[in-house]
Design a protein around this ligand. Structure first.
Ligand code: PXG
Length: 292
């Protein structure tokens, strides 16, 4: 069997040999940052934007990425080449590295950096035609004062608990609110609301990750002659929306057809959501950093 080739600290290793220490603080404490990046048609999609966010996340947690940006970009592209892939998903992870059993990171002398490029198991096609059934969940999005939700850190327990709660409701995604009761985001996606032809999304400061796909929606909105307004949104705004959709590197642009038992709009993919989906697909096929 052909194993995936994993980039780990400067080497390409067969997946069974790509191992990280049990003393790694990424494992012991979720101390690290990561990116989830897609590549389509032999090109890495929005790679520079992902690298920007990665360096920002690392800076925010005082983690020095042990590679300059050009070398890191090349390592990402080479990982795709080593696996002969043209379409798939890249997971780029940097941890604080191996330390001791105390949480003090001064004991971690060298960050661990690994890159996985693999084919991706997509959401079932019916989600894109029928929309997702989602629930708002009790677990609140972590506050800026505790740990900025803008940092794409390895500490995903907040999101995972929300995901588990959604699973308990039989939902396909969960919507998280912040401590003020405003809508923040889904567990791994940003959220968009359409009402009377206008498009809205929560402010980053309401607890949303600065999603790369979210930001692309602002460009696509201009292409289709619309504007996106960042506002405080409540559960009520979701219930009475004409259309709702979520965005993320994994999910792409996916319609939402039901929230907490309330059918959204017609219950099918709305016309404006459909426009965003079409323009998004075109971008994925026509842009990106060439791998080969
Ligand atoms: N919010 C959160 C909390 C996320 O983790 C997004 C929004 C969307 O951001 P992008 O930049 O992807 O548009 C994310 C995305 C996956 C996966 O496999 C994605 C994420 C995290 C874990 C898994 O799709 N992050």
């Amino acid at each position: 069997m052909q194993h995936l080739k994993i980039y780990l600290d400067g080497q390409f290793l067969d997946e069974p040999d790509a191992k990280v220490s049990v003393f790694d603080h990424g494992l012991l404490y979720g101390d690290g940052v990561f990116e989830g990046i897609r590549f389509y048609n032999g090109r890495v999609f929005l790679l520079e934007e992902h690298l920007d966010r990665l360096y920002d996340s690392a800076k925010a947690i005082l983690l020095t990425i042990p590679m300059d940006r050009d070398a890191l970009r090349e390592a990402v592209l080479e990982t795709c080449r080593q696996n002969n892939l043209r379409d798939g998903y890249i997971r780029l992870v940097i941890t604080r590295g191996k330390g001791d059993l105390g949480l003090n990171p001064t004991k971690c002398s060298k960050p661990t950096l690994f890159i996985i490029a693999a084919s991706i198991e997509l959401y079932p096609e019916k989600y894109y035609t029928e929309g997702l059934r989602v629930n708002t969940v009790p677990t609140q999005r972590v506050s800026h004062a505790a740990l900025s939700p803008a940092i794409k850190s390895l500490n995903y327990l907040n999101n995972i608990l929300a995901k588990i709660e959604g699973n308990l409701y039989g939902a396909q995604e969960s919507i998280m609110l912040n401590a003020q009761g405003y809508v923040a985001e889904c567990t791994a996606d940003n959220l968009f609301v359409i009402k009377q032809g206008k498009v809205f999304t929560p402010h980053i400061s309401d607890g949303a990750l600065g999603g790369i796909t979210r930001r692309l929606m602002f460009d696509l909105a201009r292409e289709i002659g619309r504007e996106i307004l960042e506002i405080n949104l409540t559960r009520y705004d979701l219930f009475v929306a004409d259309e709702l959709f979520a965005t993320g590197s994994g999910a792409e642009v996916v319609p939402i057809s039901e929230v907490d038992g309330r059918k959204i709009g017609s219950g099918r993919v709305g016309p404006i959501t459909g426009e965003f989906i079409r323009h998004f697909k075109a971008r994925t096929q026509n842009t990106g950093v060439p791998i080969y």
